[in-house]
Design a protein around this ligand. Structure first.
Ligand SMILES: [Zn+2]
Ligand SMILES: [Zn+2]
Length: 120
């Protein structure tokens, strides 16, 4: 399992799949520490609705996917939850090692504040 993942990263590094973030305009490199597939911007955490299954790029929607929450999986992995602004689809994406800590904190705090102001 670990070995397969490593091979995948190596392969992905040679295949340049870098993109410009549609939300904040930052140039994003395809290679990311801690994940085999860069699928969101490390600065603003937004993504694009391009995959039907992760990495296939077969989705035709191409809407901007907004980060709406954090998910700690049973195996201890942390993932971001994304919702497509265009079609409303929900996706989960593993966090990358260089995702911006402040952006992650802001996301968690925004949710917390919303809960508090709703009086729950
Ligand atoms: Zn961005
Ligand atoms: Zn969509």
């Amino acid at each position: 399992m670990k070995r397969n993942q490593y091979t995948y990263i190596e392969r992905n590094k040679n295949h340049d799949d870098s993109f410009i973030c549609r939300n904040c305009g930052a140039p994003v490199h395809s290679w990311a520490p801690g994940t085999s597939q860069r699928n969101h911007c490390p600065y603003c955490l937004h993504s694009l609705h391009v995959d039907i299954t992760p990495g296939d790029r077969k989705e035709l929607c191409r809407g901007i996917m907004e980060p709406i929450g954090l998910w700690v999986r049973e195996d201890g992995d942390t993932a971001l939850l994304h919702r497509c602004r265009k079609c409303g689809a929900l996706r989960s994406n593993r966090l990358a090692g260089d995702d911006d800590d402040r952006a992650l904190r802001t996301l968690a705090e925004t949710a917390l504040q919303a809960v508090e102001s709703a009086g729950k």
